[in-house]
Design a protein around this ligand. Structure first.
Ligand code: UD1
Length: 364
């Protein structure tokens, strides 16, 4: 009998993690009946539709249209709707990826209905309880049956929290599966000329509530960007949350007017991957971008005090620089001078993680 596997996505970083799983199920049409649910946590064309198109993801079988809201509202509405779908479809397994509110809602709805949950990208910990994703990670892992990890440090975190060792599978990184499949195609796109770039540049993304929701922190980071762009032109792809705060705090106009900093809408997957590959330096607070730059060997400065992805620092090209403007500028200058950390690609980040996951699921 075919296994009916319900796969939940909702926010931008989920889409490139789910795509390789959807490709991998297709190899076994007699064994799997995959169903794709999109909660609608992200709904803008350039936060969602563009990713489906570029990644060749099938249209979702179910679209819940949940949209934005406070954490409780958003997660609660997802839980109500996901439960209805799961009661109706009675899947054999629910697969969730990453650490967004849609991840937790999918896992919780399933666990309460006694449907086994597979968590892809389990065990990451920033040890920062103020980070909404940290709560999502811990709770999702606590109720999952299959915990697929991207690096060995995740195993230690899970075992410490009492997860049985036999539930943990080290399979590599599904997001890097997508990157490896798409990077050559992305590299050839003419994104740079469209943005008027004709030499070296740095690429910036910023969206963590802890960085953008407080006026002073955001002002300091923007001040650092202003200084860096005098030495290296920057492209800043602005997340909707960040744009809203910049407008609210009165920073938007001034930043848009900077001569060597180009602000853009959030970029589609391939465009972003193109810029990342060609960048001299990436400045970010995203989890995914820390991993992508490590896989690409591009120096990354992470504007956070901690990371749930320590392997990108110990083995990869990532450096944690926090949010102090002087420290950010100093670190950027160092990379511009020296070309930054070299790093190596972590174990099993080889483009085959989804195949390994599907292999595990086939045996169950
Ligand atoms: C969410 C994830 C975060 C992930 C990020 C990537 C959680 C807790 N956070 O944060 O882990 O790194 O996605 O983007 O799940 N908005 C739009 N259009 C959209 C989506 C959002 O305008 O398509 C605006 C809304 O004003 C919304 C705000 O962005 O209130 C924040 O969106 P939300 O989904 O709550 O969280 P993100 O900050 O995107």
């Amino acid at each position: 009998m075919k296994k009916r596997v319900l796969n939940v996505v909702g926010a931008r970083p989920n889409f490139m993690k789910m795509a390789p799983l959807m490709w991998a199920y297709r190899e076994y049409p007699e064994e799997f009946e995959p169903v794709l649910i999109h909660t609608g946590q992200h709904y803008d064309a350039n936060m969602s539709d563009a990713f489906f198109e570029q990644l060749g993801l099938p249209e979702p079988d179910v679209y819940l249209g949940i949209g934005s809201g406070s954490h409780g509202e958003q997660t609660g509405r997802m839980l109500i709707e996901l439960e209805k779908v799961m009661q109706r479809d009675r899947p054999d397994l629910v697969v969730v990826v990453g650490d967004v509110n849609s991840t937790l809602a999918g896992a919780l709805a399933a666990a309460k209905l006694c449907i086994p949950v597979a968590h892809v990208e389990a065990g990451l910990r920033s040890f920062d309880p103020t980070m909404p994703e940290e709560i999502n990670r811990k709770l999702t892992d606590a109720i999952s049956e299959y915990l697929f990890i991207t690096s060995e440090d995740a195993r230690e975190n899970l075992v410490r929290e009492g997860v049985a060792a036999e539930k943990i599978y080290f399979v590599g990184n599904v997001m890097i599966d997508t990157l490896m499949r798409m990077k050559d195609l992305a590299a050839r796109l003419d994104v740079r000329s469209k943005l008027g770039l004709d030499g070296e540049f740095g690429f910036v993304t910023l969206h963590r509530p802890s960085n953008v929701d407080e006026r002073e922190t955001l002002a300091g980071i923007l001040q650092a960007l202003r200084t860096i762009q005098e030495e290296l032109p920057l492209v800043f792809a602005v997340h909707p949350r960040t744009r809203a705060r910049m407008e609210q705090f009165g920073f938007w106009q001034e930043v848009s007017d900077l001569p060597r900093l180009k602000v853009t809408e959030p970029l589609a997957y391939l465009d972003s991957l193109c810029l990342m590959q060609h960048a001299r330096l990436v400045l970010t607070d995203s989890g995914g971008v820390q991993e992508e730059t490590t896989a690409l060997g591009v120096p990354c400065l992470t504007l956070r005090k901690n990371t749930e992805r320590p392997v990108t620092v110990t083995e990869g090209t990532n450096t944690l620089v926090g949010t102090d403007p002087d420290r950010i500028v100093e670190a950027a200058r160092e990379v511009i001078r020296s070309r930054g950390k070299r790093g190596r690609v972590p174990k099993l980040w080889d483009g085959k993680a989804a195949q390994r996951i599907v292999e595990v699921l086939r045996q169950k």
